[in-house]
Design a protein around this ligand. Sequence first.
Ligand code: ATP
Ligand code: MG
Length: 575
Amino acid sequence: MLTSNPLRLSKLYAPTLKEDPVDAEIASHRLLIRAAMIRKVAAGVYSFLPLGLAVLHKVEQIVREEMNAIGSQEMLMSIIQPAELWHESGRWDVYGPELMRLEDRHGHGFALSPTQEELITSLVRNELRSYKELPVSLYHTQWKYRDEIRPRFGLLRGREFLMKDAYSFHSTQQSLQEHYDQMATAYGRICDRLGLEYRPVEADSGQIGGKVTTEFMALADAGEAELVYCDCGFAANTEVAEARLQPLQHTVDGLQKLHTPGVATIADLADFLGIPQAATVKALSGTDGQGRHTVLFIPGDHELGTIKANNALGGFTLLGEEELLASGLVKGFMGPIGLPQNVRVVADKALKGIPQWVVGANELDYHFVGAALDKDFSIETWADLSAAVPGDLCPACGLPLKGARGIEVGQVFQLGTKYSVSMGANYMDEDGSEKPFLMGCYGWGVTRSLAAVVEQHNDEHGIAWPLSVAPAEVAVIPLTVGDSEVEPAAMRIAAARAEAGIEVVLDDRNERAGVKFNDADLIGWPYQVVIGKRGLEAGEVEFKSRASGEKQAIPLDTAIDQVLRTVREQRTRYR
Ligand code: ATP
Ligand code: MG
């Protein structure tokens, strides 16, 4: 909360801007800067001005309350972490250039924390000893550092950002599962209280390790994640969704080699043959995790899922133009018939049911139609390779999936024993044996979710904060400063609300009405009480809801009560 109540805008450091910052591509980035919430320090690094900090504190507090409610205990860990811990877990080398590293004057290596598994594991490993003390769940809200390759979109992808991260320790899978479920429920509640429309989605576990994981996605066009979802409740990141693809069949009488001059793309091939792209098969040539030359086949209308390919092949890099030439394969005309012996072949599971393929002939300007699986060619390995797209069939219920974009605001993981084994963190079990802890970790992006709220709650005039995180709940706006009636009326209303525990700002600046209206809409106070000379003569003030834009003239003598009632009612929506 802003420190004094009612707060006088004339005293607040809130330099709002009329112009959009040039480098801001999306609404939250633009508006958080224009509304005097944040200021850029360096790429992906921001300072919070008083208004922005007020919001940040509220977001943090909501997250805190939901963590406390499920019995996670708050603590605070340092940002600076000794390199040795990262060597122990093996992540010093695998984390890559995202890890911000530094050395002290003695040449000792350190990392600025991008996440805290190492530190928490080393913290508990000597002090949490018996199964009787488990489970334990700890969390903190601390600045994190990741030297992102492309910091952008303001607070959405920063290099310095605030994260709430929780870690839990268990002796049984059941106990881990229970806490994981509690966390997921808590994350849903946090979204509700922040006013975020969201979906929990199946996800990949990435760098952190472990297997069971769910991402919480705030739906927004500015989001970097692509999702598929279904009304039955299924939702997943397209990178991992095990969707059922619908490749079409194009059947002919036996294998036919066609002259297809210059037809080197799937779109051209489909046009040339007069068939849908889904009836063709796309080939990609690359190197798998073991360095073997590998050709992948996927349905023509789909793209390769990078994460899926990495998981299935232990890594996969596409060949460059020159490498491809050197390999003897023909770009745009690759297929499963007549591949060199040493090439590994992997095909998307979705193509299993397609008896005849439309594919390249491994010869410039030639394709095959009617290439029969298991007769004209065979496939060694089948894998889930294509990223799902809207229209694929839901793996849960079979209906076509819908698409959306999302901002990952949080993620929960079951880590299992990855860190406890590599870092030797054991407890004594009931039977007297030493066992590694089962661990869970649960991250929530505090600064990122703040920006996600703005992405979902804005219009052409500015931000429209949900009441739960607004820098203040009501703005009282006297239109003429120094007027013998307007000013005392405004003061009275502002003071009465403040006394009643409502957060009020008084726009006592000596500014024109237009400036005050614009700023109020830009900053996004949920409610505005506008007090003008003419209204007062009729015994009325204007009450405006920022989100709906609805304006109402209300009698001066009941104004205080009415605003109190509205704010209190609205507050219960976010509890
Ligand atoms: P992303 O895939 O977006 O890079 P991540 O999966 O690497 O994120 P986690 O390690 O799961 O991120 O971190 C937990 C949470 O921290 C994320 O869900 C997100 O809300 C937040 N977060 C991660 N990276 C950033 C960042 N660069 N800027 C702001 N918030 C971030
Ligand atoms: Mg994540």
